[in-house]
Design a protein around this ligand. Structure first.
Ligand code: RB5
Length: 165
């Protein structure tokens, strides 16, 4: 089956140990549906720190225009906080289908975070599918997303002012 939202060119996936099993199932699901997925790891379910994997996925998305990210930890919260530290990333922890859809339609979210300990596998699959199939609506939402980018720029400007003697 081909998805409607063909603007999605590639999906980068990652997790910590808590999200390891669900990440594997989501990657397999997406590939079985014809999606191009690059699984960034980790390769085993040994204990690992969620910011490391969230940053790897977020930076891959930042560096590959049009790509999306999928990161899984126990709650989806830690990876979401970490991923949002990367410029240009709009990561969301969507708990249900409507949240997933609106995060794409209104916020142009480019990284989806999920909590393996809080969301059932079948629900997670449905959330990922809905998220990927929903296009950004643009219009007034584009102005608001641009205002998010403006916050990043202003933070950088203020930081560079503080650094200069
Ligand atoms: C790991 O135990 C857990 O803290 C992590 O997966 C995540 O839920 C953090 O936000």
């Amino acid at each position: 089956m081909q998805y409607e939202n063909q603007a999605v060119t590639k999906i980068y996936a990652g997790s910590d140990h808590a999200g390891f099993a669900l990440r594997g199932r989501l990657v397999a699901h997406l590939r079985s549906r014809g999606r191009q997925v690059e699984d960034l790891g980790p390769p085993t379910d040994g204990s690992s720190d969620y910011p490391t994997w969230a940053a790897a996925v977020a930076r891959a998305v930042r560096d590959d225009a049009g790509s999306f990210g999928l990161v899984v930890c126990g709650t989806g919260l830690g990876v979401c906080i970490a991923a949002n530290k990367v410029r240009g990333v709009r990561a969301v922890d969507a708990w249900n289908l409507e949240g997933a859809r609106q995060s794409r339609g209104h916020n142009d979210a480019n990284v989806l975070c999920l909590g393996a300990r809080l969301v059932a596998e079948a629900d997670a699959i449905a959330i990922v599918d809905a998220w990927l199939e929903t296009p950004f609506e643009g219009g007034r939402h584009a102005r608001r997303v641009a205002l998010i980018a403006a916050i990043e720029s202003e933070e950088t400007r203020q930081e560079s002012q503080q650094d200069s003697p």
